[in-house]
Design a protein around this ligand. Structure first.
Ligand code: GDD
Ligand code: MN
Length: 373
């Protein structure tokens, strides 16, 4: 090798005092002395983890420091992003502090990337030779298996070659993150908006690293303390998936269409109730009932599809959305007449064409004007 690898090792910690000595000993023993390594703990602890780290660091030949966050933003993922911003080596390696990720694999992660010319190397429990031994109980095993399968199905192209997108143990070239930031004008952190635990997923989807390699490993038992993952973390993960998926315009359009179709249910229910319980003319009743469908669509879109793109007050967005949705109805009639009378198209295909055109125009207007995507 022409030059020795330079690595920033980032370890997120939340009350891991009992694991630090074992971890640092393992890390120091694993990494070749001539490598240029800095270890950064990004700590959100409420116990004495930072003091324990400072004490243990003295025994280590490499640079070890602690970034203690008084305001822990974004949980584990936020900690990793903060760590990326604080370090500078071309290779970034992320690992947990509880020794479920074996430190002796550290050199192999970087070497595999150098060898294959890959920008991302994932330590995988699912690759041949890996295992999920340390996942306590069939329940966590099943949850992990299902969420991995769903995630891979949602991002077939971007996660090609990544058998373990939920891994918390991986190496990535800083250049991949910086390039992503330059491309979408988001700055050095590549526009990362991690939500909770799944930082690798965030990096793989948003940064599109060139080339992926994997190193199989056995997910060990926790050395000391207990896991910080919770059911709430699971819900955060679902929101994270929705948000990542909808950063793609085509996927947003599909979601827009599906939500639009689902809006027929409240619309029809309201029409049925209004015509049954009042003496309103059915046309007036439909105009009113339509508003319920609009409200329904808005709530789902605003909460799921455009969660991270919201601008201004929700009432403003709702007003704009309702105006566009109602204009939709008005615009379709002249469009149909144009198609039938000027272009000589039959009324049924003309209706289909006008529905599609109006849908596309409405999607584009909502997407760009209301949510500026
Ligand atoms: N700074 C910071 N802030 N660190 C945190 C936080 C937080 O809010 N929450 C957890 N951590 C740290 C823990 O201290 C530990 O070092 C690491 O993140 C992982 O937390 P665990 O609670 O041990 O997670 P797990 O074992 O259930 O799951 C881990 O391994 C899986 C397999 O690789 C995570 O890394 C998962 O994302 C991963 O899928
Ligand atoms: Mn763990």
């Amino acid at each position: 090798m022409a030059s020795v690898p330079a690595v920033s090792l980032i370890v997120p910690t939340f009350n891991e005092a009992g694991n630090i000595d074992e971890l640092l000993d393992g890390v120091c023993a694993a990494l070749p002395e001539e490598w240029d390594v800095e270890v950064l703990f990004v700590d959100d602890s409420t116990d004495d983890t930072p003091e324990v780290i400072e004490k243990a660091a003295v025994r280590c030949p490499m640079r070890v420091s602690v970034l203690h966050r008084e305001v822990p933003e974004g949980g584990l993922g936020g900690a990793v992003v903060a760590g990326i911003a604080q370090t500078s080596a071309p290779w970034i390696v992320v690992m947990d502090a509880d020794l479920q990720h074996p430190p002796r694999l550290l050199p192999e992660l970087v070497e595999a990337g150098e060898r294959a010319g890959a920008e991302l190397v994932v330590a995988s429990r699912y690759a041949d030779g890996g295992s999920r031994g340390g996942l306590d109980g069939g329940y966590r095993m099943a949850v992990s298996g299902v969420s991995t399968a769903v995630t891979k199905a949602l991002f077939p192209r971007l996660l090609r070659g990544v058998s373990d997108p939920m891994s918390g143990f991986f190496a990535i070239r800083r250049e991949a993150i910086e390039r992503a930031g330059r491309e979408d004008g988001a700055g050095q952190d590549g526009g990362l908006r991690p939500l909770g635990y799944k930082i690798l997923l965030e990096l793989a989807v948003r940064c599109r690293p060139r080339g992926v390699a994997e190193v199989p490993y056995e997910f060990g038992e926790r050395f000391a303390g207990e896991s910080k993952s919770t059911v709430r973390e699971g819900l955060r993960f679902l929101r994270h998936l929705a948000e990542l998926r909808s950063s793609d315009k085509r996927a947003r359009m599909v979601a827009f269409g599906l939500i639009g179709v689902s809006g027929f249910v409240p619309n029809l229910l309201a029409l049925w109730a209004l015509t049954g319980a009042t003496s309103l003319h059915y046309a007036v009743a439909e105009v009113l009932a339509n508003q319920l469908g609009v409200l329904w669509n808005f709530a789902l879109l605003d909460f799921l599809v455009y969660r991270s793109a919201k601008q201004g007050h929700w009432a403003g967005r709702l007003l704009g959305f309702a105006a566009l949705s109602n204009a939709d109805l008005l615009a379709r009639i002249p469009l149909m007449m144009l198609l039938v009378e000027q272009a000589g198209i039959g009324p049924v295909p003309a209706t289909v064409i006008s529905l599609v055109v109006v849908f596309l125009v409405r999607f584009l207007l909502v997407d760009t004007l209301i949510y500026r995507r």
